[in-house]
Ligand binder design. Structure first.
Ligand SMILES: [Zn+2]
Length: 597
């Protein structure tokens, strides 16, 4: 059954072509609307056009990321980004304004339209003409950040390597190799320290000015409105930081102390965190994208047949082919190969209403986690696909990441495979590998909570004190690292691995988090979602997996049509990221880690 809506937008529109979108936008701008019913139709038609535009961008992006060495694919995406969004944005704003004025005249079903209306109102309230050029300046500064960060490479083992490529040396059991790799990266970063500090300061000043123009005391208030954080305040973030310091940090430090003992070193250094603490070789859970897919289907079928069948639907390979023969379907491109951009994502094509999962599977445990995570996003896209409004077919990050992260946790009991086919339907066949994989995952879940608190608290301070000096900022960062950081030593010492020069690297460590530059004040979302998804995992333990998956499906089906507290409630978990939740989650993860020993 096709879900493509053609009541307003022609089926064969090319939405990368401004001359085809423009008349439709114009019609929406001028159309006479004189009843509530006509207002509703106007909303649906705008949504249809938004979906077509969004899908045009998605398709160009997907094609480019699967073929980064194709000049045509790159040029098509660049042409789109340069020509369509700059023209679309001002019209979208005018349509938002029309929408808000209609809400004063026509009464729509509050339950259905509350979330959409408040989002349109926020857009109108925030808009200032004088902020448009500031936003352009800010995106140019972001590009400058990308340029500086993208040019960071090091010479290592006789060849030039990017910083992401250097990550694998930190998994080497050979400590001197880890140290020299870590130092090579840190030394390269320090070369750009002043340039990046200067860039960040210009960004802070522009963001502060934009907030002032819009009538806010500082950028924090502005960004809470811009990101439509209607359901929580900076006070809730403070409660999160405090709870993490009290309950998460002690567990992280205990885990680090245990790691130190396992590695048999006098002090733990920053290059000792990624290696397997027992010196074992990397886990090899699968070989190739097709095997990854088949094992993923097996895992989800054992968790719940409804989830298994949604993954199967993504796997239909008819009519698609990769040039190198690797697995490809209309909805999946999983194997790593030359000419693919790094990383992984799930991208919903809003008009045909089909998700696409992209990743660079190379047979590692983290690829399994990426696959389970992106599958969760695809379930979300699929379950709410019938909603006629594209706005409601996406939910805020705080909940969208609950959909994906939950699948990492809820599938844990099924990673090992089952029955005589365990080798073909599971990722880890020895009990040792299985508990090792679970352990790594749960430890990652906990340590990320502390890093999120560090980044979030840092940003709140930065924007609450926009006049700070460079040395004040570094000092504040160090105080946060002392409160939230890992159980490692940055001091010089006679432990065989010298700590010389580490203090400078430590003070500049905030610069490795790109969000601070290009996605300001964005990060707490992951903490909120992680706590939500871990609550759902606890639910699956106490009430059984079926109850948890029922609630999961119920909540995902709502898409973005309800406020965050309602979405969390539908999933049977609390929208709370303060002490009560943090404490309960951490205690349970800690017990599970003990059980895995
Ligand atoms: Zn995600």
């Amino acid at each position: 059954m096709s879900l493509i809506d053609t009541s307003f937008v022609p089926a064969d529109i090319d939405a990368t072509d401004w001359s085809q979108i423009q008349p439709l936008l114009e019609e929406l701008k001028l159309r006479e609307v004189s009843t509530a019913q006509e207002f509703e139709e106007w909303i649906r038609h705008r949504s249809e056009l938004d979906a077509a535009c969004s899908e045009a961008r998605a398709r160009l992006y997907i094609t480019m990321s699967c073929n980064t060495d194709s000049t045509a694919a790159n040029a098509a995406f660049t042409r789109y980004v340069e020509t369509i969004p700059p023209r679309l944005k001002p019209v979208e704003f005018e349509l938002d304004r029309r929408h808000v004025s209609f809400t004063a005249r026509f009464q729509l079903d509050e339950n259905r339209y509350r979330v959409l209306n408040r989002s349109r109102r926020a857009s109108v309230e925030l808009f200032r003409d004088e902020n448009v050029p500031i936003q352009t300046d800010l995106s140019k500064l972001s590009q400058e950040f990308d340029r500086i960060a993208g040019a960071q490479t090091v010479q290592f083992e006789g060849r030039e390597q990017t910083l992401p490529q250097m990550a694998r040396y930190l998994e080497s059991p050979d400590r001197p190799i880890r140290e020299s790799a870590w130092r090579a990266v840190a030394t390269r970063r320090i070369q750009d320290r002043d340039a990046l500090s200067g860039l960040y300061e210009r960004m802070i000043q522009l963001r502060h000015k934009m907030a002032k123009n819009a009538g806010f005391e500082n950028y924090i208030g502005y960004v809470f409105r811009e990101k439509e954080r209607f359901d929580y305040t900076p006070r809730d973030c403070e409660a999160y930081w405090d709870a993490v310091e009290k309950h998460v940090v002690p567990l992280v430090r205990r885990l680090d102390e245990r790691r130190r003992g396992d590695l048999g070193v006098r002090v733990l250094r920053p290059w000792d965190l990624a290696v397997d603490s027992k010196g074992r070789p990397a886990l090899r859970p699968f070989e190739g994208g097709r095997e990854l897919l088949n094992k993923t289907i097996g895992v989800f079928e054992r968790l719940d047949p409804r989830l298994g069948s949604m993954v199967k639907d993504l796997a239909d390979e008819s009519g698609t082919k990769n040039p190198d023969g690797s697995m490809r379907s209309e909805c999946l491109d999983l194997d790593t190969r030359k000419g693919k951009r790094p990383g992984g994502y799930q991208y919903m094509r809003d008009r045909v209403r089909k998700p696409f999962i992209f990743m660079n599977a190379a047979g590692l445990q983290r690829d399994v986690m990426t696959m389970l995570h992106e599958a969760g996003h695809a379930f979300h896209s699929t379950l709410c696909a019938v909603d006629p409004l594209v706005e409601y077919r996406h939910s805020p990050t705080e909940f969208a990441e609950v959909a994906s992260m939950s699948m990492e946790h809820l599938t844990m009991p099924h990673w090992g495979g089952e029955g005589s086919n365990a080798a073909s339907n599971g990722f880890y066949h020895s009990p040792e590998d299985l508990s090792r994989a679970r352990r790594v995952h749960l430890e990652d879940c906990i340590t990320i909570l502390a890093w999120i608190a560090t980044i979030d608290k840092f940003q709140h301070w930065v924007y609450a004190n926009p006049g700070h000096t460079r040395s004040e900022r570094d000092a504040y960062w160090l105080s946060l690292d002392t409160a939230f950081g890992r159980g490692i030593s940055w001091a010089p010492g006679a432990d065989g691995a010298s700590g010389e020069g580490l203090a400078e690297f430590r003070a500049a460590a905030w610069q490795r988090q790109p969000h601070l530059f290009s996605h300001p004040m964005y990060y707490i979302e992951y903490g909120i979602a992680q706590l939500g998804s871990l609550q759902l995992w606890l639910k699956s333990i106490t009430e059984g997996p079926k109850a948890a998956v029922d609630a999961y499906i119920r909540a995902l089906t709502l898409g973005g049509s309800k406020p965050l507290p309602d979405l969390f409630a539908a999933a049977g978990v609390r929208f709370d990221f303060g002490e009560a939740t943090v404490k309960r989650v951490v205690e349970n993860v800690s017990q599970e880690l003990e059980r895995l020993d």
